[in-house]
Design a protein around this ligand. Structure first.
Ligand code: FAS
Ligand code: PHB
Length: 390
C-alpha cells in the first residue's frame, strides 16, 4: 500500500494531523496499536487553551466542545488561609476550556470516519524502515495476522512517549533532556458535581491538590503522592479526606463535596524533550517528542500545536517546497521549551518536598503571583496559551 504520509499513533496528535492534511488534499494512513475503544476511553487531559480551541473551530471540530465543554475565565490559586482568582480574560484577554481528551478523541475519530480516513487499529509489531531514504515505510501486523507495509513519502511519529518512532532515531543524531520529579499524581474521576466553578490549584504543607471537572455531574481531582505510590494504597475515604484538607474544606465557608470514585490512576511526573523533532523523512509530534508534568495543562495543547506546524510543513513538502519542513523542528521546539519551562514553574511552585526553605519560597511565589499584576499576567499568558506559531 502507498500513501503520502504514514502516521503512527491515533491519539490527539495523529488524528488531528490526518484531519489537517486531508483538508489540504494530502492523503495519510494512520496506524494504531490499541483498539479504537481503548484509545477513546483513555482518561487523560481536560484543559484546552485558547489557541487550541481557535484551531479546532477553524477546522470544524469545535461544535461539541462549545455545546458540552466549559469556558473558564481563569483559575484559583489556594494555600492555607488564602484563595485568589487569576482572571485570564482581564489579564490577557483569553478564556480556557474544560473538555475531556476522551471527548476530543471521539470527535476526531468521527471526523476521520466522515472523511473515509484509512485507520488501522490493533496493529502490532509496528516498525519504521528506510527513514533516511526517499521512500520510507511503516510495517506492522494487522489483527488478522497479516504483515502490512505502508510505503510513504513521509512518516509522522505521533506514537506517544513509548512508541517506536522516537526509538528509530539514532542516538548520535539527537539530544534528549529528562527530569524526574520526586512525586506523582493520583488522579480520580468522581460522580459528584464540582465544588467549584473554575479549577483550584492548591499548595499545602503536606502536598499539592487540584480540583478540576468534566461535566456538571463529574469531577476530576488530583493529589500529590509519593513517586512510587500505588493506586491500591489509597482508599476512596482517604482520597477524599486528603483532598478536603489540601483544598481548604471549611475555609471561608467553602466545602468539598465527596462522591463515588469511578476511576483512579497514578501518573509519574517528568519532563522530557528530544531534539531535533525530525530525522530525514521522519517527523515527531506530541508526546513522541516531549513530555511535560500536567500541572501546566500543556501536554495535549502542545501536541495540537506541533501538528498545526507539522501539517503546514508536510503539505508544502508534498508540493516540492521543503523550507517549512526544514524549519519545523526549530519552530516547534521554541514553543516546546516555553511550555516545558512553564510546566516546571507551575509544578515546583505547587508541589511540596518537605524542605522548609522551599516551602517559604513557594509561599512567597504564590503571594507575588496573586498580588502583582505582572506576576499574574505572566502565569495567565503561559497558561491561557501562546499563539500556535509562538
Ligand atoms: P498519545 O500518547 O495520546 O497518543 C499516542 C498514540 O500512539 C496512542 O494511542 C498509542 O496507543 C499509540 N502508539 C504507541 N505505540 C504504538 C505503536 N508501537 N504502534 C502504533 N501506535 C502506537 N496532559 C494534560 O494536559 N493533562 C492531564 O491531566 C494529562 N494526564 C495524562 C495522564 C496519562 C496517564 C498520560 C500518559 C498522559 C497525560 N497527559 C495529560 C498528557 C496527554 O494528554 C498527552 O499530552 C496527549 O495524549 C498527547 O497526545 P499524543 O502526542 O497524541 O500522544
Ligand atoms: C484535567 O482536568 O484533567 C486537568 C486540568 C488541568 C491540569 C491537569 C489536568 O493542569
Amino acid at each position: 500500500m502507498r500513501t503520502q504520509v504514514a502516521i503512527i499513533g491515533a491519539g490527539p496528535a495523529g488524528l488531528m494531523l490526518s484531519h489537517l492534511l486531508a483538508r489540504e488534499g494530502v492523503e495519510s494512513v494512520v496506524v494504531e496499536c490499541r483498539s479504537r475503544a481503548y484509545v477513546e476511553a483513555r482518561i487523560r487531559a481536560g484543559l484546552l487553551e485558547a489557541s487550541t480551541v481557535d484551531l479546532l473551530d477553524e477546522v470544524g471540530l469545535g461544535r461539541r466542545l462549545h455545546a458540552e465543554g466549559f469556558a473558564h475565565r481563569g483559575i484559583y490559586l489556594h494555600w492555607p488561609g488564602e484563595r485568589h482568582h487569576i482572571d485570564f480574560v482581564d489579564l490577557v484577554g483569553k478564556m480556557v476550556y474544560i473538555y475531556g481528551q476522551t471527548e476530543l478523541t471521539r470527535d476526531f475519530g468521527r471526523a476521520r470516519d466522515e472523511d473515509g480516513q484509512l485507520l488501522f487499529y490493533e496493529a502490532t509489531g509496528t516498525r519504521l524502515e528506510g527513514i533516511e531514504s526517499d521512500s520510507p515505510s511503516v510495517v506492522f501486523t494487522d489483527p488478522a495476522g497479516r504483515e502490512t507495509r505502508i510505503e510513504a513519502d513521509l512518516i509522522a511519529g505521533c506514537d506517544g512517549s513509548f512508541g517506536p518512532s522516537r526509538e528509530s532515531i539514532p542516538s548520535s543524531a539527537c539530544q534528549t533532556w529528562e527530569k524526574h520529579y520526586p512525586y506523582s499524581w493520583l488522579g480520580v474521576l468522581a460522580n459528584v458535581a464540582p465544588s467549584t466553578d473554575e479549577l483550584i490549584y492548591s499548595w499545602s504543607p503536606e502536598g499539592f491538590a487540584l480540583h478540576s471537572m468534566r461535566s456538571e455531574s463529574v469531577s476530576r481531582l488530583y493529589l500529590q503522592v509519593g513517586p512510587q505510590a500505588k493506586v491500591e494504597e489509597w482508599s476512596d475515604d482517604q482520597i477524599w479526606e486528603v483532598l478536603a484538607r489540601r483544598l481548604g474544606d471549611g475555609e471561608g465557608g467553602w466545602h468539598l463535596e465527596a462522591g463515588p470514585i469511578t476511576e483512579k490512576s497514578v501518573l509519574p511526573m517528568r519532563s522530557f524533550v528530544m531534539a531535533p523533532m525530525r530525522h530525514h523523512r521522519l517527523f515527531l509530534a506530541g508526546d513522541a517528542a516531549h513530555i511535560v508534568p500536567p500541572t501546566g495543562a500543556k501536554g495535549l495543547n502542545l501536541a495540537i500545536a506541533d501538528v498545526a506546524l507539522l501539517s503546514e510543513a508536510l503539505v508544502a513538502f508534498t508540493k516540492g517546497d521543503t523550507l517549512l519542513a526544514d524549519e519545523y523542528s526549530e519552530r516547534a521546539l521554541r514553543r516546546v521549551w516555553r511550555c516545558t519551562h512553564f510546566s516546571w514553574w507551575m509544578t515546583t511552585m505547587l508541589h511540596t518536598s518537605g524542605d522548609p526553605f522551599e516551602a517559604e519560597l513557594q509561599r512567597s511565589q504564590l503571594g507575588w503571583v496573586t498580588s502583582s499584576v505582572a506576576g499574574a499576567a505572566g502565569l495567565a499568558e503561559n497558561y491561557a496559551g501562546l499563539p500556535i506559531g509562538y
